[in-house]
Design a protein around this ligand. Structure first.
Ligand code: SF4
Length: 493
């Protein structure tokens, strides 16, 4: 029986909700001409952030690595502030500190002197040089600047020591993309620079997780351990941006963990590459496939039952390892939790926004929970996003009580204005930039995706894998109970 046909004594499901409707009664619709982001020359409440931040995130996931930002101090301070808010940890990021002279004469002097100062003070093993809007617009010839920087360093500290330091250039003109593309470009830049030789093929697999939090990366490591598969995670922020506070700490301080350079070199010898997020890391996996014939499994991000099944089945197929009973039990516990809570999640109308791969993963998981996604928005425009969402909609079409709306690109203002026109909305899934929307609509927000800066501990809570999905499900259900369940009935749960 289709859900629309479930008898409800003549009252359509849409009218059964006893609580308030989200749009405030005094809401006056905006000029419809101004609502679509494509009609405006300004972005209001952007659903993405700056491209270099994705690249810096990647560099911070490498052992003894420091990002060097070829741009103004603001481009670096913004990133440090963002990381600090998300991870509640300091992030060491160097800056070329552009001023007026760099804007006129270019950033050669800044990068040559800046790299020299960075090396003699911090002795990093890896420097990820991240360009910015200004250096890209000026047309800084970074390849020759970096050659000059190395030559100068060789004269000062000796050629041997300079050769121990890997310098990787990541071009990130922020006007041409978002943080998602910055991470993607970093994955390719690091592999092209360091994973250059396939000599002794190994049984290990490469995992490029995309911009997932430390808790997610630990969950992926757990899945690999249970499968008995050795893996290299590029870029492993789990112990760099969630480091233990263990005295004594040396100066310069480098947190433990992070992907070692030797591990990145060995990625050319791997059996397969899993890029969990096609838009953030897919380029790195495709490079290894093209150059060395290493099979690339690109997406989906393992959120929910089907996507985690797909990840483990591919892992099993390529490595010949059986999926163990322990993981089958984890799956069973998730399915049990879904059955226990189905009467709370079923037919709830949900809006989802964030980065494209996470939104796709969350949309599928919402459908697995019997929810109805009524609007989905990717802040980063993508050629494949609409097709992916539509294929999920086709698969679960009997769940939909209304035609879902897909926003590919655009900002959160446009998204919010659309949500205000809906007759009912039960839940929003998205990152911290949706807080004001949630408050205005009086609809609960379950925080998921990047960035989450207004809560503690979210960077440690996984959403991937069976266990992550179970935790996320409980959070969804508890939010629904808080907002949508009359108190007298909550007492009877
Ligand atoms: S958008 Fe451009 S100018 Fe602004 S912080 Fe990012 S790189 Fe710097």
């Amino acid at each position: 029986m289709r859900l629309r046909e479930i008898p409800t004594d003549g009252i359509p499901y849409d009218r059964l909700c006893v609580e308030k409707i989200p749009a405030a009664p005094e809401y006056i619709p905006r000029d419809p001409e101004l609502v679509p982001a494509s009609n405006r020359s300004v972005v209001i409440n952007p659903n993405r952030i700056c491209m270099p931040i994705g690249a810096m995130w990647a560099v911070l996931g490498i052992h003894r690595a420091i990002p060097f930002v070829q741009g103004a101090q603001g481009c670096t301070t913004y990133a440090r502030y963002t990381f600090c808010r998300i991870f509640k940890e300091p992030a060491t990021i160097a800056t070329a500190s552009f001023h007026e002279d760099a804007a006129v004469f270019g950033g050669r002097k800044n990068v040559v002197e800046g790299i020299r100062n960075l090396v003699v003070r911090y002795w990093p093993e890896v420097i990820g040089v991240v360009t910015t809007c200004s250096s890209e617009i000026m047309g800084d010839d970074m390849v020759s600047f970096l050659k000059e920087a190395r030559a100068r360093l060789s004269r000062e500290i000796g050629k041997e020591k300079v050769e121990e330091i890997s310098v990787v250039l990541i071009n990130t003109p922020s006007f041409a993309g978002s943080h998602v593309e910055g991470y993607d470009r970093a994955s390719r830049a690091f592999l092209e620079s360091l994973a250059t030789t396939r000599d002794v093929p190994s049984e290990r697999v490469n995992i490029i997780p995309g911009m997932l939090y430390p808790g997610d990366i630990r969950e992926i490591k757990h899945l690999l351990r249970e499968m008995g598969v050795g893996g290299t995670i590029l870029f492993d922020i789990s112990d760099t941006l969630d480091a233990p506070l263990n005295p004594p700490q040396e100066i310069p301080y480098y947190p433990p963990g992070g992907t070692p350079v030797s591990g990145i070199r060995q990625m050319a010898n791997a059996r397969a590459t899993f890029a969990l997020q096609p838009h953030a890391g897919g380029s790195g996996a495709r490079y290894l496939e093209r150059k060395f014939g290493i099979p690339a499994f690109i997406g989906p991000v393992p959120i929910g039952v089907a996507a985690t099944d797909a990840f483990l089945q591919n892992l099993s197929r390529i490595t010949g390892r059986e999926i163990p009973a322990s993981l089958r039990d984890e799956r069973g516990r998730l399915v049990d939790a879904m059955a226990d809570t189905l009467h709370h999640t079923m037919m709830k109308r949900v809006a989802i926004f964030g980065d494209p791969d996470v939104v796709i993963g969350m949309t599928r998981f919402a459908c697995e929970l019997g929810m109805t996604p009524v609007a989905v928005s990717s802040g980063t425009p993508s050629r494949t996003f609409e097709g992916e969402i539509e294929s999920i909609f086709r698969e679960y079409r009997e769940l939909f009580l209304a035609e879902p709306r897909v926003f590919n690109g655009g900002d959160l203002f446009e998204f919010e204005e659309y949500l205000k026109t809906l007759p009912r909305l039960d839940l929003i899934l998205g990152h911290s930039k949706g807080v004001d929307i949630s408050r205005e609509l009086e609809v609960p927000l379950v925080r998921v995706g990047f960035p989450i800066y207004d809560r503690f501990g979210y960077q440690k809570k996984p959403v991937v894998g069976y266990h992550g999905a179970e935790l996320l499900l409980y959070e969804i259900v508890n939010e629904l109970l808080d907002y949508r369940y009359p108190d007298d009935r909550t007492q009877q749960l």
